[in-house]
Design a protein around this ligand. Structure first.
Ligand SMILES: *Cc1c(COP(=O)(O)O)cnc(C)c1O
Length: 500
């Protein structure tokens, strides 16, 4: 068989005409989709079984199909059977509405397809990523000459900081000799996200090396307990190396006393990492709390542009005060890599493969960079402020409702629960029933497609949780919520009592 040198018939190539036509069609469809979001159900009213039936279980296609047709079919599937975190009434987890410019940016990034692993392979993209990192640092008051990298999300961003910490603080050559010299110990508040278990586990220390520091009634780390536990470990021959502070906990948006944590770290020569996946960008607000502003004392910060910078998934980011700590933890120089730059140039290229986990890397930064330019710092201040004001407004509305109990309000997270009138007096004795009731209520709210909330568990109470990282949510959307919850709550309560 002869090699076909004319590959115009390559099965994945599209002619300019085909690309233009399919591209225009899909952009038209996306435009209609975005326009219709407010009147669509937030979540699909379909079961997993139905979804699997629709998709079918045929084997891998042997023959190809026309690209335009396929794109249209894929769009229909996604528009009909997705949960829309861009819907104005989506307030679940910490998943934001996505900037439309981000969607177009991903298309552009994929079309050019630079490999942002090495500066020489992606001159423009690497420099845009570096600028994006500087702007994010500037936004939150962190030194702009810090090291940084874009990653897939908050978990990965925290892992990068964690490994930089481990290398910096181990007083032996941990990269060659491994972990088994001294028992490395980690300090986090009990409200810390599960990334910390994954990190302790995946990076070989084991979850028993995590010290869970108690929190106060506002879910903030208790500094005395932190000090006590560090002292105890030191006296027991353990090797403390990192304290993680939260800038906006995943449950209720609480910010730990970061300034005090920073002092404790300095006194004990520990790395101070801040998990700011959710809350750190709120440090841009002129009225940000003293604690939030203290993220600039951190050795490393994890943040999540796909949360409060409204980037489409996926976009996380790690900042490390000194970039040498990232190189120390991640850099290798394989002989077949020739990415040191032009000898005649004064400036050396940035090679992001030396700053983190990945080797080949996509152009995640573009969608973040463009949105930062589109909205500007002031635009972000406005959007973040409004999200916070909406959460506070909801808290106030719920406080006025007799059948709803407010539980917390921090940043843009408000938690509350439904309590039937006749159980108000005995809510402590009826805790178990109220937990079941609110859990069922949450499930029904999600399935209703009317709104999308998630939950938290606070002092043993199952609470409904509204997290607004959504530039489409209006005051009217929020004002509709209390009635929706009360009506459905009443119904679920009645059904549960009958079935008892
Ligand atoms: C969301 C979140 C994470 C995890 O981020 P992903 O992007 O989901 O990986 C970690 N910590 C906090 C505080 C978060 O809010």
């Amino acid at each position: 068989m002869s090699l076909r040198l004319n590959r115009k018939s390559s099965n994945v190539e599209m002619t300019p005409e085909e690309f233009r036509k399919a591209g225009h069609e899909i952009v038209d469809k996306i435009t209609e989709f975005l326009e219709s979001l407010p009147v669509k159900p937030v979540a699909p009213r379909k079961t997993l079984k139905e979804m699997r039936t629709i998709l079918g279980n045929s084997s891998l296609p042997t023959k190809g199909t026309d690209s335009g047709k396929l794109l249209n079919e894929a769009a229909e599937l996604l528009f009909n059977y997705s949960t829309f975190n861009g819907h104005p009434k989506f307030w679940g987890y910490i998943t934001s509405s996505a900037t439309p410019i981000g969607a177009l940016a991903d298309l552009l990034a994929a079309a050019v397809n630079p490999n942002v692993g090495a500066g020489n392979l992606s001159l423009a993209a690497t420099e845009i990523e570096a600028q994006t990192i500087r702007w994010i640092a500037e936004m939150i008051g962190f030194p702009t000459d810090c090291g940084g990298i874009m990653v897939s999300g908050g978990n990965m961003a925290n892992f990068v900081g964690f490994l930089a910490a481990r290398k910096a603080k181990a007083d032996w050559n941990i990269r060659e000799e491994g972990l088994n010299k001294k028992p490395l110990i980690i300090y986090v508040s009990s409200e810390t996200h599960t990334w910390i278990q994954k990190a302790a586990d995946l990076f070989g220390m084991g979850t028993n090396s995590i010290r869970w520091i108690e929190v106060d009634e506002k879910q903030r780390m208790k500094i005395n307990d932190l000090k006590k536990k560090i002292k105890f470990d030191k006296e027991s021959g353990n090797y403390p190396f990192i304290v993680v502070g939260n800038a906006g906990t995943v449950g209720t948006g609480a910010t730990d006393p970061l300034e005090e944590i920073s002092s404790v770290c300095k006194e004990n020569n520990l790395w101070f990492h801040v998990d700011g996946a959710y809350g750190s960008v709120a440090a841009v607000l002129p009225n940000a709390s003293k604690d939030l502003k203290a993220i600039n004392l951190a050795d490393s910060i994890a943040l999540d542009p796909h949360k409060w910078l409204y980037a489409p998934l996926e976009a996380g980011c790690t900042l490390v005060r000194k970039k040498e700590f990232m190189l120390d933890a991640f850099s290798y120089h394989p002989e077949y890599y020739r990415f040191e730059g032009d000898e005649n140039e004064e400036e050396k290229p940035i090679n992001f493969y030396e700053f983190g986990f990945q080797n080949s890397r996509g152009f995640r930064a573009l969608k973040v960079w463009l949105a930062l330019k589109q909205a500007g710092k002031n635009g972000y201040i406005k959007m973040i402020t409004e999200d916070i004001e909406l959460a506070a407004h909801l808290f106030n509305l719920i406080s006025e409702e007799t059948e709803l109990e407010t539980v917390s309000n921090n940043l843009s997270i408000t938690t509350f629960r439904y309590i039937p009138d006749d159980l108000k007096e005995q809510k402590d004795q009826k805790l178990e029933y109220l937990n079941e009731l609110n859990e069922e209520l949450l499930d029904r709210l999600q399935k209703s497609g009317e709104v999308y909330l998630s939950n938290a568990v606070l002092d043993g109470k199952f609470v409904l949780r509204v997290c607004i990282v959504n530039f489409r949510t209006t005051k009217l959307d929020i004002e509709a919520l209390p009635d929706i919850v009360k009506n459905l709550g009443k119904q679920v309560d009645q059904e549960k009592r009958i079935s008892k």
